[in-house]
Design a protein around this ligand. Sequence first.
Ligand code: FAD
Ligand code: EPU
Length: 342
Amino acid sequence: MTEPALRETRDAPLANTFGIDARARRLIDVGDVDALPAALADAGRDALLLGSGSNLLIVAPDVDAAVHVSDARIEMIEASGDAVRVRAAAGAAWHDFVMHALAQGWFGLENLALIPGTVGAAPIQNIGAYGVEVMDRIEAVQVHDRATGETRWWPHDACGFSYRDSVFKTDPQRYAVMRVDFRLSRTPHIHLGYAGIGEELQSMRIAEPTPRDVADAVIALRRRKLPDPAVIGNAGSFFKNPVVDMATADALLAVHPGMPVFRAGDASQRKLSAAWLIDQAGWKGHRDGDAGVSPGHALVLVNHGHASGAQLLALARRIAASVHQRFGIDIEPEPRLIGARW
Ligand code: FAD
Ligand code: EPU
């Protein structure tokens, strides 16, 4: 028997890794991604398109309608020389896709292992970790435009990718990602540039790592550094790392010589560490009721139990105000806020 294309549940809980209690009056699950445009039209202009809820802070907990894609099909659609073009539907779980690609000998995604979420959400904020961003591997994105009703493939260069951003993220109610095409390689190209992976491989006593070893090192690092949402609610990094001009970075470095500074996409800019700024401002491990800052990583806001989205947002605002006061730097949230504006 085939799965029905659309399945509707009334008064359904909205899954989110912060563990915030939220519900949708109607939740429509899309088993065949080609039925997504019809589901969105039926659910209405304001319906929330939800992946696995790992990059959301739900401030208004009652949503009228939400749509979720569960179509997880993955296929290799072209191979030429070393390159393979692999197509994944929006509902595929990101980490499962990474591990499936590795098992097939399609390399290039190993540094992005264990990032929560779905394939459909990956291009939205151009997910990245350990020196690789997903835009480096994306060939094209199949997008349904909820404003015009048009569905078409957007080539990489039309997507406006940058650090934790894309055209899609700037207008979240408009663009629905149906499928993503990735260009991967049958020859491994190992990326160990990011501090930490090399040390991890050394401690694993691996001198000539395979892509699988890199994935294992990234998984071990992530498990050590980041709190597990199954144990304590969180959405990963709550703030983006601020990107500033060189003069601003130099002025801060003159006062705080130990401050970490990283290269940004644009050679004239520098990326600062939001974790370091928040840590220095004294917030690591801080708790306001059930809303808190992880004691293990200053960039991760956590829900110790029953914090509401509004309480977490209030804490985030206090943190940002104190970082601004201390360093003159504005930090902005990375997750999407549902029912509130920053
Ligand atoms: P959701 O949270 O459900 O949605 C996020 C946004 O995408 C919303 O605006 C939603 O409307 C939109 N969206 C979802 N699906 C679609 C679709 N098909 N079409 C259009 N819009 C859609 N991110 C990183 O970049 N790097 C990391 O290292 C990283 N680590 C994390 C670690 C932890 C512990 C957690 C909890 C999160 C982490 N994240 C990281 C953030 C998160 O994993 C990513 O942003 C992920 O892509 C979100 O996927 P999702 O399916 O859960 O999206
Ligand atoms: N640091 C502190 N205090 C802390 C934690 C870190 O001072 O409590 C300092 C460390 O000294 C380090 C620096 O902050 O020099 C950077 O820390 P880390 O390597 O943990 O990286 P990050 O900048 O906090 C970013 C991404 C992560 C991604 C990792 C690995 C953003 C907003 N976050 O974190 O992505 O997994 O690098 O590449 O870019 C996410 O987006 O949700 C996410 C988890």
